[in-house]
Design a protein around this ligand. Structure first.
Ligand code: TXA
Ligand code: MG
Length: 318
């Protein structure tokens, strides 16, 4: 198993040697390596068992540093970066030569973000390079939101997990790019669309596709627990299941079902709290004795659309 600790100097040493470490972010934990080092980047794909056509996000600690890695920074992107960085927003921008093609899977754009986590920001400030970091889960499984989640799945493949506590936001960053000056959201995530639209006006949403060359990572089946997950209307939940069933509900327990098989995302109906709990609860239900999981949709405001997106993809069958 990996060593779990709070020491950014140890994390830095491994990264300087081209090795990988897990890092905390405010969204989910990442599997980090030197983004400018081809062999570190290759290791990331190997450890995650991730196909090489699915590009990586690079992380650094300031907008000024991001400018070293991108060749254009449109006005709307600047407005968003100034407002929401550090934070759960990833921008797709034309890359400079210095970013290896391996990071972007050969695409012209690189995904960049400045994450909002004090320990990680301190680490990033001390590094002479940006780090590439996908979520620190095996490809296709639920993203980790604490150090123990990472250790359970990748602990035997990496030397060190930088422990920054539980991820505050709990779901991955919102990914936004541009086409002919128009802003397009490629992945719903931890920054609500309303917040983005308050700054730059209406944005388009890119529907998911498993064969979209523009966003090769937007695969439909993703974030999936091992147990089958059914996303349904609450009214169809039955207390007479023949299989032992776990329930993931939004703000109200289901009457007549043992509480130990239920997880409530937010008693007060807050979509931020629901996002914070989502992946941890899915993991708990997945690790429990239940044979299947039934989840209900959450309301479509705030982080609701991003939560429903994760649930839909968790439920999708390939
Ligand atoms: O919150 C997050 O974004 C977390 C933390 C660790 O920062 N990272 C994360 O990375 O979710 P990952 O690799 O699990 O998801 C990144 C997504 C993938 O679906 C990938 O296809 C897409 O971003 N992506 C990365 N670079 C891209 C590019 N150049 N063009 C289009 N999509 C890109
Ligand atoms: Mg991921």
């Amino acid at each position: 198993m990996a060593i779990i600790g709070h020491d950014i100097d140890i994390a830095k040493e491994f990264l300087l040697k081209g090795e990988l470490v897990a890092i905390p972010t405010e969204t989910v934990y990442g599997l980090a390596g030197n983004a400018l080092n081809d062999s570190a980047v290759i290791s990331i794909f190997e450890v995650k068992n991730r196909p090489s056509f699915d590009p990586l996000i690079i992380h650094t600690d300031s907008l000024e540093k991001v400018e070293n890695y991108v060749s254009e920074f449109p006005e709307k992107a600047k407005l968003l970066a100034n407002k929401f960085w550090p934070g759960p927003l990833t921008l797709l921008l034309p890359k400079k030569q210095i970013i290896p093609d391996l990071v972007t899977s050969g695409l012209n754009n690189v995904a960049v973000r400045v994450p909002n986590h004090p320990l990680l920001l301190a680490l990033l400030r001390s590094l002479p390079f940006p780090i590439a970091a996908p979520s620190a889960n095996p490809f296709g499984y639920i993203s980790p939101t604490n150090a123990q989640h990472v250790n359970a799945q990748l602990g035997d493949k990496i030397p060190y997990i930088l422990d920054g506590g539980e991820s505050d936001v709990g779901i991955e960053s919102t990914i936004l790019g541009f086409e002919n000056g128009e802003a397009i959201v490629y992945r719903l995530g931890g920054l609500a669309i309303e917040d983005i639209e308050n700054v730059i006006g209406k944005v388009q949403l890119m529907p998911h596709s498993s064969s979209n060359p523009k966003a090769p990572g937007m695969l439909k089946s993703h974030y999936a627990p091992r147990k089958p997950l059914y996303l349904e209307k609450r009214e169809t939940f039955s207390v007479n299941e023949d299989k032992l069933t776990g329930y993931l509900v939004f703000d109200q327990y289901i009457e007549g079902i043992d509480l130990k098989y239920q997880r409530i995302l937010s008693k007060s109906g807050d979509t931020k709290e629901a996002a914070h709990n989502l992946f941890a609860y899915l993991r708990e239900l997945d690790a429990s004795p239940v044979e299947q999981i039934r989840a209900e949709h959450v309301p479509m405001h705030g982080l609701g659309p991003a939560i429903n997106d994760r649930l839909q993809r968790a439920a999708a069958k390939e």
